[in-house]
Design a binder for this molecule. Sequence first.
Ligand code: SAM
Ligand code: DTB
Ligand code: SF4
Length: 347
Amino acid sequence: MDMPETQRWTEAEVAALYRMPLLDLVFEAAEVHRRHHDPQEIQMCTLASIKTGGCPEDCAYCPQSSRYDTSVESDKMMKVDEVLDAARAARDAGSTRFCMGAAWREVNDGRAFERVLDMIRGVRDLGLEACCTLGMLTGDQARRLAEAGLTAYNHNLDTSADYYGSIITTRTYQERLDTIGHVAAAGIKVCCGGILGMGEAQADRIRLLQTLASLDPQPESVPINALVPIEGTPLQNQAELDIFEWVRAIAVARILLPKAMVRLSAGRLTISAEAQALAFLAGANSIFTGEKLLTTPNPEKDFDQSLLARLGLRARVPDKEASHHQGTAAADGRSRPAENGVPAAVA
Ligand code: SAM
Ligand code: DTB
Ligand code: SF4
């Protein structure tokens, strides 16, 4: 995808925001959040790794690259029924979006892609939003995903264009932008974010955020991943990111992309409840729930339920449009308030 000619935010403007006194920045982000979203509502999304490991790419953070000796083995692709069982369980636990990830460089036409299309149709029939992250796509493949009912496609920029070459050499930044362009042109919502804590400079985080905000249309959702350092990958010994840098990036994402869902993604397991609360104040309004992300552990269900309940937040329930079938707990398009301190959809 090419950049639009006029960018709403210059790099200097984004840098000025990013470097504001932290509490002023969070305050401003909270105001933007409250203008565009219900600040008590958190969307829960669940991931499934439909094809794990054995990926030919060299993404330096990734446990699934076949180039690194990690504990992740290459598995066969999941069957449609197995995926739909997992989606049903995710829905029953309160998720409204089910995201299917494959350790592929790109989609190849053929039986595996046909199977993904069946998975998408099945997930939509369960009344869930369906998201996929399958690597690079052609325009034609994006159209076929749209026809199957795909709600959103996740394809991250990961970092700034400048730092990108230190992390991945097997595909270009422009190829990522092209895939995002195909997704948008097919009418699928774009889910696009990045990873913080890969040794990038603050200026790289600022440029990543500016690039995300310059996408046209802006992404519908922005996953903010904190690096999960994986033994065997080149980033295994990467120093931990200062947690307030993570909060700053979330706040700036909220201000630059006011309508987007800002999703706390990888890394939550080692982030305190207090820091996550600050992130929600700064405008994060979605989390990945479930025992695992793709291959790494995620906070326990009890932790998430208790976090939401203690903060007086509630799980989002499905939108009317998203649930084009009967059968979901609350298809009236509204959030349900927490009862007895437990969010209704996760109780
Ligand atoms: N193979 C596809 C691709 O790369 O587009 C889809 C799956 S890939 C695992 C999805 C995203 O997970 C990556 O873009 C990256 O942002 C995130 N991710 C992978 N490993 C991670 C790690 N160790 N820490 C944080 N985020 C990670
Ligand atoms: C995204 O940005 N983060 C999610 C989802 N999109 C696919 C994946 C995180 C993966 C973390 C490492 C793992 O569990 O393998
Ligand atoms: Fe991992 Fe995706 Fe990169 Fe493959 S393309 S190494 S699965 S992040």
